[in-house]
Design a protein around this ligand. Structure first.
Ligand code: M6R
Length: 606
C-alpha cells in the first residue's frame, strides 16, 4: 500500500529517499515519485511502474536539495498514471504525499475549484496541496495552517508536506494510517514504517492519531489534536538486517518459505519461558478470565484465526467467533458472549483489523494483539501483545508469518486450556513437546520442491481449481486457494469437503484440479468419501497428506506426501506444500511472485 518517506537536513536527499522507498516496495505500489526543494524551487520526478523506472528518470535528471519527500502509490482514487502519482504540487509552492483516503475530497475539490484553483490529477490526495496553499496564502504559519487543513478533511491519512515558504520544515500528520519519524544526527526523516528508515536511524518517534508534527533537521515538534504541543517519546527499534536481500533465492517468497523452521522456532521461543515451559506471557488469572473470544483479522491472518478456533474450542472449551475485520467494525455486533478480542495481523497495520480492534475496545472487550512487527500500531494499542518472530516478510503473499501465527495460536490455546484446568499440566507439556518438533517437520517438508514441480507445471495450465479440507484443514483449503489465486491468477475456491454435495460439486468436470488436504484425524474416512465423490465426477485429485493417511487412498492422481504428523499440528505442516504448490505454479506462469498485480503487503486503507 502507499509508502511515504521524507528527509530534511540530508545533503542530496533524493538518493536516500529512493533507498527508503525501496524498503517500502514490499507494501505494493504502482507508481512512485520524489520531490525536493532546490534553489528555492520545487523539483519533481515521477514514474509509473516499478522503482527502477523512477531510478532511471532520476539518473537522467538528478534532484538536488537537502529537503524532500517521496512516495510509492497504490491507486485508490484515479487510475495509474504519472499525473496521479505522488508527490502532487500546487501553485509551484506546496507539495504533498499522502497515504489513506480523504473521504470528503469531492466536496473540498468543488469548493477549491470554485475558488479558481486548478487540479492536475484525479486523486483525492491533491486537495491537501491546495488546502495548504490556501492556508499559507492567508498568512498562516505551518502549525496554524496544518490545524486548519486537519479541521476540514475527513478520513484516514498519513501525509507529508513541503513548501518553498518554509524550506527547512516538513509538515506531517496522521490519523489511522501509520507514520514514523526518524531522528538522525544532523537530519530527520519520515517513513510509513521504521523499516523504511532502518538504513538511516533506529531512533523513532511514533505519532498518535490526530497528531501533527513539524520536522526540522535538528528535531521534531509534535502537536496533538487542537494544536497543543505534546512530548512523544523516541524509541529505539531493532535493526532489520538482510531486509532487501533475497539470500540467493529467486524470490523473497521462496526465501520466506525456507525460513519457516526458524520463524516457527523463534515464535515458539517467544511463547516459552526461561525454563522451557510454555507461557502466553499473560497471568493464569488473566487467561482464566477469558470466557469468549472474538478473533479479528483479514486475509491469510483471518484463515489462521479460523484454524485457531478449532484448537481453542476443543482444548479450552472457550467459544470463539472469527470475524472478517472489515465487516465486524460496521456490523454493530452483539458482543455480550465474549469478553476478549484478539486482533491477528502480520503487519500490525491493516487498517480493517486496527479499526475492528478499536471497535472491540469501545465495546469493553479486552484486546490482545498478535503481530509480527513489534513496533506496529496494533502492538502499541492492544491491551496485551503476543508476538510472532518470523522476521520481516517482504513477499506480498503471507507464508512464514502464517505458520508462525498458527504456532503461537496453538500455544495460546494450550495455555488457556491449562489455566482453565481443561487440560492438566502433563497434557499441556505433552502437546508442547509435539509443537517443539514442528521446526524439524517443516524442514523436512521443504524437501518437497522437486516433487511438486511437475504437479505445478500441470496446474499452471488450469483455468480454475478447487481446494478441499475438513476440520482444521478446511480453513487451510481457503488459504491454499487464496495463495494460488493471488500468485498465479488462476481462479481457485476453497470448500469444506463435506459441503461439496450441497452445491459446489456441480463445478466438477473432467480434469478440474482438486487440491485435497487430508490428515489422520477422526474425519479422515468421511473426507476420503467426499474426495471419492469428486474423483468419480472427473475431478483430478492432487492430494496433500501425511504418510499415515495414504494406505486407503485410491482416488488421487498426484500425491504430495509430508512426514507423519499429529493431526493437531497437521494444518501447520500441510501449509508448506500448499505454499510451494502455489509458488511453483506462479513461477511456471511467470507472474510477479513477490508483488502480484493489484496487491499490497500492508493494507492501510478501508
Ligand atoms: O498484515 P496482515 O496480516 O493484517 O494482512 C492481512 C492480509 O492483507 C494478508 O494476510 C493477505 O491476505 C496476505 N498477504 C495474502 O497472502
Amino acid at each position: 500500500m502507499c509508502g511515504i518517506v521524507g528527509a530534511v537536513g540530508h545533503k542530496q536527499c533524493s538518493s536516500v529517499l529512493l533507498d527508503a522507498l525501496k524498503r517500502l516496495e514490499y507494501r505494493g505500489y504502482d507508481s512512485s515519485g520524489i520531490v525536493t526543494i532546490h534553489d528555492g524551487k520545487i523539483t519533481l520526478k515521477r514514474a509509473v511502474g516499478k522503482l527502477v523506472n523512477l531510478d532511471a528518470v532520476l539518473s537522467k535528471g538528478p534532484l538536488k536539495g537537502d529537503i524532500g519527500i517521496g512516495h510509492t502509490r497504490w491507486a485508490t482514487h484515479g487510475g495509474v498514471s504519472t499525473a496521479n502519482a505522488h508527490p502532487h504540487v500546487a501553485s509551484d509552492r506546496v507539495s504533498i504525499v499522502h497515504n489513506g483516503i480523504i473521504e470528503n475530497h469531492l466536496a473540498i475539490r468543488q469548493r477549491l475549484e470554485g475558488a479558481g484553483r486548478q487540479f492536475s490529477s484525479d486523486t483525492d490526495s491533491e486537495v491537501l496541496a491546495h488546502l495548504f496553499v490556501e492556508a499559507l496564502d492567508s498568512g498562516m504559519e505551518p502549525a496554524a495552517a496544518t490545524q486548519q487543513v486537519l479541521a476540514e478533511i475527513e478520513g484516514a491519512y498519513a501525509f507529508a508536506v513541503l513548501t518553498i515558504d518554509y524550506p527547512d520544515i516538513l509538515i506531517v500528520a496522521r490519523n489511522a494510517s501509520p507514520l514514523a519519524l526518524g531522528i538522525g544526527d544532523d537530519a530527520c526523516y519520515i517513513g510509513s514504517d521504521a523499516i523504511a528508515l532502518s538504513h538511516l536511524t533506529r531512533k523513532i518517534v511514533y505519532l498518535k492519531d490526530h497528531d501533527f508534527a513539524l520536522v526540522r533537521a535538528d528535531g521534531v515538534a509534535v502537536y496533538q489534536e487542537g494544536g497543543v504541543p505534546v512530548n512523544r517519546e523516541a524509541v529505539f527499534v531493532a535493526a532489520s538486517p538482510g531486509l532487501i536481500n533475497k539470500g540467493g533465492y529467486r524470490h523473497f517468497m521462496e526465501k520466506e518459505i525456507h525460513e519457516q523452521p526458524d520463524a516457527i522456532a523463534h515464535s515458539l521461543a517467544a511463547m516459552t519461558n526461561e525454563y522451557g515451559q510454555l507461557t502466553a506471557h499473560m497471568s493464569d488469572s488473566a487467561l482464566h478470565a477469558i470466557n469468549g473470544i472474538v478473533m479479528l483479522a483479514a486475509g491469510t491472518s483471518h484463515y489462521a484465526t479460523q484454524i485457531a478456533r478449532y484448537w481453542i474450542e476443543s482444548l479450552a472449551g472457550v467459544p470463539v467467533a472469527c470475524e472478517v475485520a472489515s465487516e465486524y467494525h460496521y456490523r454493530q455486533p452483539a458482543t455480550s458472549p465474549y469478553n476478549t478480542a484478539i486482533a491477528v495481523s502480520q503487519s500490525g497495520e491493516s487498517l480493517d483489523t486496527l479499526m475492528a480492534m478499536r471497535h472491540a475496545a469501545t465495546c469493553n472487550l479486552s484486546t490482545i494483539g498478535l503481530v509480527n512487527v513489534p513496533s506496529s500500531t496494533i502492538a502499541r494499542e492492544a491491551g496485551a501483545v503476543l508476538h510472532t518472530r518470523a522476521g520481516p516478510e517482504i513477499g506480498v503473499a503471507s507464508t512464514k508469518s502464517f505458520t508462525a501465527q498458527l504456532t503461537v495460536l496453538l500455544c495460546f490455546a494450550v495455555e488457556i486450556a491449562r489455566a482453565k484446568r481443561q487440560i492438566d499440566d502433563a497434557r499441556a507439556a505433552k502437546i508442547h513437546q509435539k509443537i517443539q518438533a514442528l521446526p524439524g517437520l517443516v524442514g523436512k517438508a521443504l524437501a518437497l520442491f522437486d516433487n511438486i514441480r511437475p504437479i505445478a507445471h500441470r496446474l499452471s495450465h488450469a483455468k480454475s481449481a478447487l481446494y478441499l479440507g475438513r476440520g482444521t484443514l478446511y480453513p487451510l483449503a481457503l488459504e491454499g486457494a487464496l495463495k494460488l489465486k493471488e500468485l498465479s491468477y488462476i481462479h481457485a475456491e476453497g470448500f469444506a469437503s463435506g459441503e461439496m454435495k450441497h452445491g459446489p460439486i456441480a463445478l466438477i468436470e473432467d480434469g478440474l484440479p482438486v487440491v485435497a488436504l487430508l490428515s489422520a484425524d477422526g474425519l479422515m474416512a468421511k473426507a476420503s468419501n467426499n474426495l471419492r465423490e469428486a474423483s468419480a465426477r472427473g475431478g483430478n485429485i492432487i492430494l496433500i497428506a501425511d504418510a499415515d493417511t495414504l494406505a486407503e487412498v485410491d482416488y488421487a492422481s498426484a500425491v504430495i506426501e509430508v512426514p507423519p504428523v499429529d493431526p493437531l499440528l497437521a494444518p501447520i505442516l500441510l501449509s508448506v506444500p500448499a505454499q510451494i504448490l502455489a509458488y511453483l505454479t506462479a513461477v511456471e506462469k511467470g507472474t510477479d511472485v513477490d508483488q502480484p498485480r493489484n496487491l499490497a503487503k500492508s493494507v492501510t486503507v478501508e
